[in-house]
Design a protein around this ligand. Structure first.
Ligand code: FAD
Length: 409
């Protein structure tokens, strides 16, 4: 294939956190990589809790050192059953020290993370940044072509669709999706508060969804309040002072008086799963491949696992003399992701639905599950480890093995 400035080995579409990380990952492996998409760093009160494996991944990409001081460690995770259920268990706390970690992960504003990754991509020459929108995708024999809103087409051996939940690339490739929605929305905000959070996140399970406070640096936390859509709309319409008071009451004054800092968000809860993670010359990652409610800090962590797994499949294929965009490479990627994504989607969905039902068997099972988690040591530790980083099939950039870069033959 003749190479010119419009041709690259790997083109990533979408400059969100997942797309930026993909472009960095492939460029660091020595692939000529283009990243197509404009930066969106608007602040909407959304933070992302990055679990341990994701932090290792960002560290391997060289992006973590500059982000670390803007993130808060999650040393304790507390769950409080506030459903009023007959089988309400006492609060359960998990401490990272129990599984030998300093922190389960780190919480950071999504916009800050995107800015940090963009800075890392800008200062890394092998990534070519193309700020336009992708308008069409087609796979041809031996390559794929992405058309842009401005400028010449981009030709690549592999195109990575990181263009979010409404992925144009997924649609162009004819990959089927299943979508569903919940009668809930999430109110998001950044809060300043009088009492320290002691690096603990607290999730109140209410009858209408989880109400979660996650620490940020200083006496600040982020809020994700999942509740009935009409109630979420009512809350979103309150002025800052009235909303802060409602939040303080809902949090049982755990963190003292609160103030809202900066813009807030209102996000309808929905889900999406795909029939397959690839089509010829195309791999789906991040929300282009899966969407579920923001419960249990899973979405972006799963998106980073997609990227790290795709990178392993591409590097391994290269070692065996195959191209990044060959069908066998992408089938390997699919095999690595299918179970993880389906299990997590199902787990988040059933937890959410078990809160909403109010049915005694569901309440009993949830209550008994939490009770077992507080009292049975080995089970607690197994669940904590699995939550932070599944041990089976963890991609190499998420494992505790430095120096995995630089071995592309
Ligand atoms: C309230 C809330 C709280 C959350 N908390 C957590 C958490 O604690 N932990 C966690 O792991 N996850 C969390 N998530 C999920 C997480 O935010 C998402 O999984 C993640 O942001 C998705 O990233 P992405 O890069 O796949 O998609 P996006 O961030 O949507 O990025 C897609 C990018 O593609 C661009 N794009 C789209 N179409 C095109 C095109 N045609 N051409 C070029 N560019 C295009 C868009 O402009 C955008 O920049 C939360 C989500 C919500 C709503």
């Amino acid at each position: 294939m003749a190479l010119d400035e419009k041709t690259c080995e790997i083109a990533v579409v979408g400059a969100g956190a997942v797309g930026l990380s993909a472009a960095l990952a492939f460029a660091r492996d020595g692939y000529r990589t283009a990243l197509i998409g404009g930066l969106d760093t608007r602040r909407d009160g959304r933070t992302v809790a990055l679990l341990n494996g994701s932090v290792r991944f960002l560290d391997a990409l060289g992006a973590w050192p500059s982000l670390r001081s803007k993130a808060a460690p999650l040393e304790t995770m507390r769950i409080i059953d506030d459903t009023g259920s007959l089988f309400r268990p006492p609060p359960v706390s998990f401490r990272a020290g129990e599984i030998g970690l300093d922190a389960f992960g780190w919480n950071i504003e999504n916009a800050t993370l995107v800015e940090g990754l963009a800075e890392a991509a800008r200062s890394f020459d092998p990534v070519t940044l193309i700020p336009g929108q992708a308008t069409a995708f087609r796979a041809e024999s031996g390559a794929a072509v992405v058309s842009l809103s401005e400028g010449p087409d981009v030709t690549a051996g592999l195109v990575v669709a990181a263009d979010g939940r409404n992925s144009m690339l997924r649609r162009s490739a004819g990959i089927e999706v299943r979508t569903w929605s919940y009668s809930q929305s999430a109110v998001t905000a950044i809060l300043a508060h009088d009492r320290g959070h002691r690096d603990a996140s607290t999730e109140f399970h209410t009858r209408h969804g989880p109400f979660t406070l996650v620490p940020l640096p200083g006496r600040r936390s982020s809020l994700v309040w999942v509740t009935r859509t009409e109630e979420a709309q009512r809350l979103a319409a309150l002025d800052d002072a009235s909303l802060a008071l409602r939040i303080e009451r809902q949090a049982q004054s755990l963190l003292g008086a609160m103030r809202i800092e900066g813009p807030r968000g209102l996000v309808p809860m929905s889900g999406l799963s795909v029939s397959r993670f690839w089509s010829p010359r195309l791999a789906l990652v991040g929300e282009a491949a899966h969407v579920f409610p923001p419960i249990g800090a899973q979405g972006l962590n799963l998106g980073f696992r997609d990227v790290a797994a795709l990178r392993d499949a591409v590097v391994d294929a290269g070692d065996e003399g195959r191209e990044p965009g060959a069908d066998e490479t992408l089938q390997r990627y699919q095999r690595g992701r299918d179970l993880d994504v389906r299990l997590r989607t199902a787990a988040v969905d059933s937890l959410n639905r078990s809160l909403l039902t109010g049915l005694i068997p569901a309440d009993f099972l949830r209550g008994a599950g939490l009770l077992a988690l507080s009292n049975v040591g080995p089970l607690r530790r197994a669940v904590m480890r699995e939550g932070v980083l599944p041990r089976i099939g963890a991609p190499r950039l998420m494992q505790d093995t430095p120096g995995v870069y630089g071995n592309r033959s």
